[in-house]
Write a protein that binds this ligand. Structure first.
Ligand code: NOJ
Length: 558
């Protein structure tokens, strides 16, 4: 290992993300909950992960499914209660699984008591917890646009003031410049850490400071004002304060979510040393290989774009900071339906798993990814549930896109594809619930489900387990150097890892068509051990071969 890489538990761990509403319904009301999580803890452990990240479990009116929090120190009755959460925490810890909560502090719900008071008692200290401003004549205070829809200001007729919301209007932005609010946030952090929670995933953390004076932004079709509400210098001051006063004394783990993040900027937050503000950062760049800026503006998939991003992050962070690796979460369509192929679901799913799990970094796996869940196809827009899908519908209608075309787009590109109930078995409702689930189960569940995958030795599920085991057993995968080969190929992604005399060669085809592969110089496949392959082993090992659809082979050289 290069002298500069310091081993750490959070570099060696793998994390499983639970989006609670759709994970497992234990009390039979059609909504996933913590009773369901308790039932499935052994399953989560069996994957070989070391931690669980729970998307928000707090009370919420669900305008953005939990990312609009109405009470930061309680558990939603949809999911259980605090006592049940404590039990989940104990049971997870008993299995050596750490637990990370989602921390959403850029905004609260408009149903949070703070917001209610800020509105009903404008003379109270709560008024300044949010951005309440007078308009400019009949216009809002500035030209900022919301990331979700339309303007970023909502007018309140009683107060005759506007409040800022860079997401939905039920998600008013919190004014982090207010020290009393920051004290509340630190109390919230302490509340969970004292209970035993091990860390936090921090939602849009680079948005939590706004430029003083809230100046107009450069006019854009969406996101006007971004340059004033993302990545302001004050973000670092707030994070430093949270770290020094609360997080560091507890040894808490943190991963920040940061749209529009580049390796250079990420390093300002996650470079190791005294001024490290977060352990890891989720960036979005590798999620843009088949779209422009947002999932909703699709382009054909471009492997070279994907490889360039992956390699840049591997190279730039090497020895300085640590990568967070993911291909799915609750905000994107399913990866097989995007970068792989539903026709070659298992083959391409295995290839995609190897592509990212064998890189240097801490991997995150999203519920259902490990069994190769794919996008859903709904037959009407009314069946969707998400604020983004509804808001985009209005936006696209204005652009003259027909409802039928919008439905096709939403089926392909909405994040709701990742939010269908987890498919546990071929039983009714995919074994997710005894009752009618809150959201449509993907009709492919009789074929794609955990029970079927458990019973099939060649399933994607067993492949994920094997890859995670291999990563655990081989420090090469965690700490090794990374080098990319065949950079110009539009079909093959080939990279090597090297560590203490051992080398790993990862060969992945992103194509259905056969592609000729020749081993790079210095890698004699005849002398390598084929440790993974998503097809039967070749009869004769050769240094060159024609790939099968979405073929993946991994060779170890010792
Ligand atoms: C990022 C979260 O992951 C997403 O689900 C949410 O809609 C926005 N932040 C706003 O909180």
């Amino acid at each position: 290992m290069p002298a500069q890489i310091k081993p750490a538990w959070w570099k060696e761990m793998a994390v499983y993300q639970v989006w609670p509403r759709s994970f497992c319904d234990g009390n039979g009301d059609g909504v996933g909950d913590l009773w369901g999580v308790l039932e499935k803890l052994d399953y989560i452990k069996s994957l070989g992960v070391d931690a669980i990240w729970f998307s928000p479990l707090y009370p919420s009116p669900n305008a953005d499914y939990g990312y609009d929090i109405a009470d930061y120190t309680d558990i939603s009755t949809d999911y259980g209660n605090l006592e049940l959460f404590r039990r989940v925490l104990r049971e997870a810890h008993a299995r050596d699984l750490k637990v990370f909560m989602d921390l959403v502090i850029n905004h609260s719900s408009d149903e949070h008591e703070w917001f209610r008071k800020s509105k009903e008692e404008p003379a109270s200290p709560y008024h300044d917890y949010y951005f309440w401003r007078k308009g400019k004549g009949k216009k809002p205070p500035n030209n900022w646009k919301s990331t979700f829809e339309g303007g970023a200001w909502e007018y309140d007729g009683d107060l005759q003031e506007y409040y800022l919301h860079v997401f939905a209007k039920k998600q008013p932005d919190l004014n982090m410049a207010n020290p009393a609010l920051r004290r509340e946030i630190k109390d919230i952090l302490r509340f969970w850490l004292e209970m035993g929670v091990d860390g936090f995933r921090e939602d849009v953390i680079t948005y939590i400071a706004k430029k003083e004076g809230l100046p107009n932004g450069f006019p854009l079709p969406i996101g006007t004002g971004l340059e004033h509400y993302t990545n302001q210098p004050k973000v670092k001051d707030y994070l430093r304060e949270f770290r020094d006063e609360v997080l560091a004394p507890f040894g808490a783990f943190t991963v920040g979510e940061a749209p529009m993040m580049t390796p250079r900027t990420a390093k300002e937050f996650i470079s190791e040393g005294e001024d490290q503000l977060l352990n890891l950062m989720f960036h979005f760049q590798h999620m843009e290989a088949d779209c422009i800026l947002t999932d909703w503006i699709p382009t054909p998939f471009r492997l070279r774009k994907l490889k360039k991003v992956f390699s840049a992050w591997q190279r730039e962070l090497r020895g300085v900071a640590w990568n967070a690796l993911y291909l799915e979460n609750h905000d994107h369509p399913r990866i097989i339906s995007r970068y792989g192929s539903e026709k070659y679901r298992v083959e391409s799913g295995k290839m995609l798993a190897a592509v990212y799990l064998l890189q240097s970094g801490t991997p995150f796996i999203y519920q259902g990814q490990e069994i190769g869940m794919v996008n859903n196809r709904l037959d009407s827009v009314e069946k969707f549930k998400d604020v983004v899908t509804f808001n985009n519908q209005k936006l696209f209608r204005k652009l003259g896109i027909s409802s039928a075309r919008y439905l096709r787009l939403a089926n392909r590109r909405s994040r709701e594809n990742a939010r269908t109930p987890m498919q546990w078995s071929a039983a009714p409702h995919a074994g997710f619930s005894r009752a009618e689930p809150w959201f449509c189960v993907n009709p492919n569940y009789p074929e794609i489900n955990v029970a079927a995958a458990e019973a099939d030795a060649f399933s994607l599920l067993h492949w994920y387990r094997a890859l995670l085991r291999f990563r655990k057993e081989n420090p090469l995968v965690v700490y090794g150097d990374y080098r990319e080969y065949k950079k110009n190929s539009r079909s093959l992604y080939v990279y090597a890892r090297e560590h203490e005399g051992k080398r790993l060669l990862v060969i992945c085809s992103f194509s259905e068509k056969p592609v000729r592969f020749r081993a790079p110089p210095g890698f004699d496949l005849l002398h390598g051990k084929r440790v993974f392959g998503n097809y039967a082993p070749p009869e004769r090992q050769n240094d060159q071969f024609l790939t099968k659809p979405y073929e993946c082979r991994v060779y170890l050289f010792e």
